[in-house]
Design a protein around this ligand. Structure first.
Ligand code: NAP
Length: 257
């Protein structure tokens, strides 16, 4: 078996921030392994070493950290990826491997926005018939069954990979992935006659153009709040995550001497 250097950093990924962090770590000469869940058929791959697939819960992740000699973990997964966040917190507590959460800030409504905050996809689905007739649904493939019982509105469903049933009966599926521009979002929403937008509070620049387009078109937006995650040290930028990794690795190095 090959010996791994003790400064291996595990980046739990699937986001643009995770890819940016992997690139920064590589630039700084730090060995990083990026991990993806394997949900998307053709994922955007980060630079450097990549592993794909679940670890087998918190115990599987803890075993993996030990086996691979991981010195630090950065959980840079999507704000709505709840289970892997809990797994990372629990594996870090069990092994003593330091954990950082890198999470982009959520979106905030501005002047002219008409946003309705809800706690779940089910709540979003329940409020739609009273809000409009033609809904632009951008919450991703996995939560679509929550909208399947909604029969009295038409949906434009946009996601990266073709969704599995059940889907709402009156729907067009558009396969696409960001980043998007305000111009293309405005045109899409106009041509489909969209009168409501549904989104998760994903935050970030990649998919925020739809919010500007909705404001310009006077569309209400149903925004699903982020789920609660375990309380761990958290930063909001790649630069801060890089600084944290460097301080953890320096500390490790000092202890070894
Ligand atoms: P989830 O509910 O937190 O994860 C479900 C299971 O998938 C986890 O228990 C874990 O399996 C595995 N997993 C998740 N992320 C992983 C990773 N980075 N590396 C290895 N295994 C991972 O997550 P999800 O909502 O299905 O999202 C899956 C991935 O897509 C995440 O990595 C996330 O960053 C990305 N993503 C999610 C969304 C979203 O809206 N949820 C949007 C964009 C991107 P084991 O328990 O077997 O380890």
């Amino acid at each position: 078996m090959t010996e791994r250097p003790s400064e291996t950093v595990l980046v739990l990924g699937g986001t643009s921030e995770a890819r940016a962090l992997a690139a920064e770590l590589e630039r700084c000469g730090v060995r990083a392994v990026s991990s993806l869940a394997g949900r998307v058929t053709e994922p955007r791959l980060p630079t450097g070493e990549v592993r794909i697939g679940g670890f087998g819960g918190p115990e599987g992740l803890a075993a993996w950290l030990g086996r691979e000699g991981v010195a630090a973990v950065v959980d840079a997964t999507h704000p709505f990826a709840e289970r892997i966040g809990a797994s990372a917190a629990s594996a870090s507590a069990a092994t003593g491997v330091p954990l950082l959460r890198l999470e982009r800030p959520g979106w905030r409504a501005g002047r002219g926005d008409d946003w309705r905050w809800v706690d779940s996809l089910e709540d979003a689905a329940g409020m739609l018939p009273a809000l409009g007739e033609r809904v632009f649904l951008t919450t991703g493939r996995q939560g679509l069954p929550a909208f399947a019982p909604v029969t009295d509105v038409w949906f434009l469903i946009r996601c990266v990979d073709r969704p599995d049933p059940p889907l709402p009966p009156n729907a067009e599926v558009l396969l696409d992935r960001g980043p998007y521009t305000v111009d293309t979002e405005r045109t899409l929403m106009r041509t489909r006659g969209i009168d409501v937008l549904v989104t998760k509070d994903s935050g970030g620049r990649y998919t925020e153009a739809k919010l500007t387009a909705a404001r310009e078109l006077g569309c209400p937006v149903v925004v699903v709040r982020r789920p609660r995650r375990p309380v761990v040290t958290t930063v909001g930028t790649v630069a801060d995550a890089l600084a944290w990794v460097q301080s953890v690795l320096r500390h490790d190095d000092g202890m070894a001497r």
